[in-house]
Design a protein around this ligand. Sequence first.
Ligand code: ZN
Length: 137
Amino acid sequence: MRASARPWTNSANGSALLSGAMHELSVTESLLQVVLRHAGAGGAVRVVSVSVRIGALSDLVNEWMQRYFDYLSRGTIAEGARIRIERIPVTFRCDACGDHFPADPRSRETIRCPRCASEAMTLATGRECFVEGIEVV
Ligand SMILES: [Zn+2]
């Protein structure tokens, strides 16, 4: 069984993603709540794995998320579940022509639209945090 994709945290506020370990703990706690809610609703006995997608601009560290998840999920049906993290690359959308292209945000100052050379662009992907699916038995 796979649950539907669903955001588990509001990633609109980019500054919140820079606050370090406490942030990871709270995000992982929210993640666990989403997982337990979906697994419980589906009558699951045990959660085997959780697939999450995280934008490349998010500073969530994979290893910590698994560690926090292991800690927080003790005694729940999600205990022992593996967190599978897929990183979403950073892409921009050109404000002038609408072209959609990948770019390294560290070179933001020098990024130009590859199609029309405009410097006006909006971050399109790279800050996401959502549960893509959970595998249960
Ligand atoms: Zn353009």
